[in-house]
Design a protein around this ligand. Sequence first.
Ligand SMILES: [Zn+2]
Length: 105
Amino acid sequence: MKIPAMDCDVCGVELAIGVACVPYVPISVAYGIDCLRANAHPYWVLVANTAACDGFEYCDEGWQKMVFDTLNHLNISFEKFTEDVRIEIEEFMKMEQTALMMEGD
Ligand SMILES: [Zn+2]
């Protein structure tokens, strides 16, 4: 079976060589060889799952290594990452408050 060419979901630059599960997260994405070798994963998945854990400091070492390897590979600062996680946690709390208010009606 011939599989159509896909871009890497991590960097969006190289061609993907296949689809694989992101470690720790029930999501599959297309990886290129450079991102696979670098242990790099989709940025938005790292932000969303780190926020779901209430922050980087609550994540285990394996996850933290994935974050560092990805930021390094994609040339994104740790400061930007923690800020994006903070925003995501805030959004999540707003959604929770809205849900609680609707339950109260
Ligand atoms: Zn890539």
